[in-house]
Design a protein around this ligand. Structure first.
Ligand code: GLA
Length: 522
C-alpha cells in the first residue's frame, strides 16, 4: 500500500532530500510572491488543534467521536490554551455523486458535514476537514479533488470548513505546484477563507513555494503509523524540520506533523520534550492523542501556556539547532515579541546531564545580565551574567526564556465562546435581532478593540465591538426591514494588532446566519 511504503522512508533519506533541496530547486516562476496569509490574515501564528489520524487511523472516525473530542477540548482546558481546529482526517467518508459533487456519509455523520461544522462552531472551535489532491485519498476509499477542484472547494465552503488538510496520495503524474495552486485558486473562488494545510510529506519541497498558496506544509513522512507512537522517529523528524526555518514565518509554517504527545509508549519527559521542540520550531500544534482519556501530566503539558507563548509568538521565527554533540543539542535562534529569547537544551543520553549555556553561543554579549524563565518549572532566576547551567534528564529538555527584564509576557491567545450566530425572524415585522460573540484574550497583554471593515458587511448587518482589555464582545445587529423571505449569511472578519510587537494578529472570522420566515416591508 502507498501508505506503508511512504512510512518506510527512513529519516536519513529525508535529511538528504532536505539538504539537497536548497541549491537545486528554483522557486517556481509565476506564483505570487506574497504569502497567502497577507490577504486572508489566517494562521499568522501556527494553527492549533486536533486531528484523529495518529491515534485512531481511519476507524472509528465519525460524528460521535469528533463531538466527544470537541467536548474534551473544551473540558480539558485545551480550548482555553488556544487549540481550535478540530474535525475528521481520512475517515471523513464522503463520496462523489453522479453530478460530480461530494455527498456526506450520513450513517457516519448523521448531522451531515455542515451540521457537524455548526456544532463545532457553536462550541467556539474551528472546523477542520480533509481531502487529497490526487484522484483518491490514501486509503483509496474516498475521492480526491483532481478534476473536481472547484466543486470540492465549493463543498468545503458550504460545509463551513475553516481548515483543510490536503493529502498527496494517488497523485502520480500531477505537477505538485500546479495541483495545489489550482486548489488554492478554487478555494478563493468559493469565497470562504480557509487554512490550507498541504500534506505532501516534503515531496516537491513545498517550503520553497507553498507560502504563496497555502498556510502550512508537511516537511516529512508521517510521524507514526496509527496507534504506534515512535519517539526515535519523532526526534528524527524534529531534526529534519529544524533545517527549514528560513522558509517559515507568519502565515507560512513548516509542519513536522501532528504531535504524539500523550500517546501510549511515550514517557512524561518525552512528551514534554516533543511539545517543547514543536513550540521552539513554531510548528502547528495539532494534538494527535485521544483527548477523552488524558492523564493530568498530558493535560499539563499540552496546556502549558508559557510554552505555547513561544509557539504562538507574533514574530513567527522558527528556532534552530545551534550545536549538537550527538547527546546534547542546544536549540535557539528564536527571538520573541517582547525582546526575550527562547532557548532549549535537549538531552538524548542515558544519565542526567549538566550543561552550560553561554550567552555568546546565543549571539549575545558575554557580559549581558539576563533573567531566565524556566517554562516547565514556571520559576524565574537571575539575573545571570555570561551564561547559565541547566541540568537535564534522559530524553528531557530544559526550555527557557531569557530576558533583560524579569517579566515574561504571554502574547494574545484568543478564545471565542462561539463562532456561529444564528438569528431567526418569524414575523413580518421590521425588527432588529441581536447575537453576540465574546472573545477572551488568555495572554497577558491587553488588546486594542478589534476592527471590522463596515464595507465588508451586508446591508442588513452591523457589528459593534464592546468591552476591552481581556474580554471583547462583537454585538451583531441584523435588521430585517425590507428583506425577502429566505436565508442570509455573512462571514465577519475582524482584525487587530498585537500591542507589544505591533504585528497584525491572525484575523478572526465568524459566521452570522439570518433566517427570515416572512418577507418584511421597509
Ligand atoms: C497521510 C497523511 C496522514 C493521514 C493519512 C490518511 O499518510 O500524512 O497524516 O492524513 O494520510 O490516510
Amino acid at each position: 500500500m502507498v501508505r506503508l511504503s511512504r512510512l518506510a522512508v527512513p529519516g536519513s533519506i529525508l535529511l538528504i532530500l532536505i539538504a539537497a533541496a536548497r541549491p537545486q530547486i528554483p522557486r517556481p516562476a509565476g506564483l505570487p510572491q506574497r504569502a497567502h496569509a497577507e490577504v486572508d490574515g489566517l494562521a499568522l501564528t501556527p494553527p492549533m488543534g486536533w486531528y484523529p489520524w495518529n491515534v485512531f487511523g481511519e476507524e472509528p472516525q465519525n460524528e460521535k467521536l469528533i463531538r466527544e473530542i470537541a467536548e474534551a477540548l473544551a473540558a480539558s482546558g485545551m480550548k482555553d490554551a488556544g487549540y481550535a481546529y478540530v474535525g475528521p482526517d481520512e475517515g471523513i467518508c464522503f463520496s462523489r455523486g453522479r453530478d460530480g459533487t461530494l455527498t456526506t456519509n450520513l450513517s457516519r455523520y448523521p448531522s451531515g458535514l455542515r451540521g457537524l461544522g455548526d456544532y463545532i462552531h457553536t462550541k467556539g472551535l474551528k472546523y477542520a476537514l480533509y481531502t487529497d489532491a490526487g484522484t483518491k485519498t490514501c486509503s483509496t476509499a474516498m475521492p480526491g479533488t483532481k478534476g473536481h477542484e472547484r466543486e470540492d472547494m465549493r463543498a468545503f465552503a458550504d460545509w463551513r470548513a475553516d481548515y483543510i488538510k490536503i493529502d498527496w496520495c494517488n497523485s502520480q503524474g500531477q505537477d505538485i505546484v500546479q495541483a495545489y495552486s489550482d486548489l488554492s485558486e478554487a478555494q478563493r473562488a468559493a469565497g470562504r477563507p480557509v487554512v490550507h494545510s498541504l500534506c505532501s510529506w516534503g515531496d516537491g519541497y513545498p517550503w520553497l513555494w507553498a507560502g504563496a498558496i497555502g498556510h502550512m506544509w508537511r516537511t516529512t513522512a508521517d510521524i507514526c503509523a496509527p496507534g504506534e507512537a515512535d519517539w526515535a522517529r519523532a526526534i528524527r523528524i524534529a531534526f529534519a524540520n529544524e533545517k527549514l526555518g528560513e522558509f517559515a514565518g507568519p502565515g507560512r509554517w513548516n509542519d513536522p506533523d501532528m504531535m504524539i504527545v500523550g500517546m501510549d509508549g511515550l514517557s512524561e519527559a518525552q512528551n514534554r520534550s516533543l511539545f517543547s521542540l514543536w513550540c521552539l520550531m513554531a510548528s502547528p500544534l495539532i494534538a494527535g492523542n485521544d483527548l477523552r482519556a488524558m492523564d493530568r501530566s498530558t493535560i499539563d503539558i499540552l496546556t502549558n501556556l508559557e510554552a505555547i507563548a513561544v509557539d504562538q509568538d507574533p514574530l513567527g521565527v522558527q528556532g534552530r539547532v545551534i550545536w549538537n554533540d550527538g547527546n546534547v543539542s542546544l536549540w535557539a535562534g528564536k527571538p520573541l515579541f517582547d525582546g526575550s529569547l527562547a532557548v532549549l537544551v535537549l538531552y538524548q543520553g542515558k544519565y542526567k546531564a549538566e550543561k552550560k549555556i553561554a550567552w555568546e553561543e546565543l549571539g549575545l554579549e558575554a557580559a549581558e545580565e539576563l533573567y531566565a524563565r524556566d517554562l516547565w518549572a514556571h520559576t524565574t532566576s537571575g539575573p545571570h551574567a555570561g551564561g547559565l547551567t541547566v541540568s537535564v534528564g534522559p530524553d528531557d529538555v530544559a526550555f527557557l526564556r531569557l530576558s533583560k527584564k524579569a517579566e515574561f509576557p504571554i502574547p494574545p491567545i484568543v478564545v471565542a465562546d462561539t463562532y456561529l450566530i444564528s438569528l431567526r425572524s418569524t414575523g413580518a415585522r421590521a425588527e432588529t435581532l441581536t447575537g453576540r460573540v465574546s472573545v477572551i484574550n488568555k495572554g497577558s497583554s491587553d488588546l486594542a478593540p478589534w476592527r471590522i471593515d463596515p464595507k465588508s458587511l451586508p446591508p442588513w448587518l452591523t457589528v459593534a465591538v464592546e468591552g476591552g482589555g481581556k474580554v471583547q464582545t462583537f454585538v451583531n445587529k441584523a435588521s430585517v426591514a425590507g428583506l425577502k423571505k429566505g436565508a442570509y449569511h455573512a462571514l465577519v472578519r475582524a482584525d487587530n494588532v498585537e500591542p507589544v510587537s505591533g504585528k497584525p494578529m491572525t484575523a478572526l472570522y465568524y459566521d452570522v446566519d439570518l433566517e427570515v420566515d416572512r418577507s418584511v416591508k421597509r
